[in-house]
Design a protein. Structure first.
Length: 142
C-alpha cells in the first residue's frame, strides 16, 4: 500500500489530532468523551483521503483523486501527556488485528482554510470498495 500523502517535514511533531469516526465530537463512544474532556476542540477540518465504513468504525486510505476528502474534527492535545498513548491503544484494540491503524503525521485543512500539521490514523487493512463513504463524512453509530 502506498504511504499517506505528503505532509509536514519529517521529524516535525504536532499537538494536533484529526479524527473522523468514533472519536468525532458528536460520538457517544467513551473514547470520544475522553478526548473531548482532555483536549481542546479546534473546529471542523478535512484531509485528503478516502473514507470507508468498516462496520463498528471507519477507516481511511490514501486519496486516489483530487475529489477525495474526509471531513472531521481537529483537536489540540496540549502539552505532551498520556492521551495520545491511550488513543493509540484504543485504535489497536478496536482493530480486527493489532497494527491495522497507523498513526502518521499529515496535514489537515482547518475550517479557516489554513493547513495544520496533525496526527492522523490511517487504516492498513483490506476494504470493500462498495463500503466507501463517498461524502467523506462518517455518521456516528451508537
Amino acid at each position: 500500500m502506498a504511504p499517506p500523502p505528503a505532509g509536514p517535514a519529517q521529524g516535525t511533531m504536532s499537538n494536533y489530532l484529526f479524527v473522523y469516526g468514533t472519536l468525532l465530537r458528536q460520538s457517544q463512544h467513551p473514547m470520544a468523551k475522553l478526548l473531548a474532556e482532555r483536549a481542546q476542540y479546534r473546529g471542523e477540518a478535512k484531509i485528503r483521503a478516502r473514507l470507508y465504513d468498516l462496520g463498528r468504525y471507519p477507516g481511511i486510505l490514501e486519496p486516489q483523486t483530487e475529489a477525495d476528502w474526509v471531513y472531521g474534527n481537529l483537536y489540540d492535545l496540549g502539552a505532551p501527556n498520556d492521551l495520545l498513548a491511550q488513543l493509540d491503544a484504543y485504535e489497536e484494540v478496536e482493530s480486527p488485528r493489532p497494527a491495522y491503524f497507523d498513526r502518521q503525521l499529515g496535514e489537515a485543512i482547518a475550517s479557516d482554510g489554513k493547513p495544520v500539521p496533525t496526527w492522523i490514523y490511517w487504516y492498513r487493512g483490506e476494504v470493500n470498495e462498495s463500503h466507501r463513504v463517498v461524502s467523506g463524512r462518517y455518521e456516528c453509530k451508537r
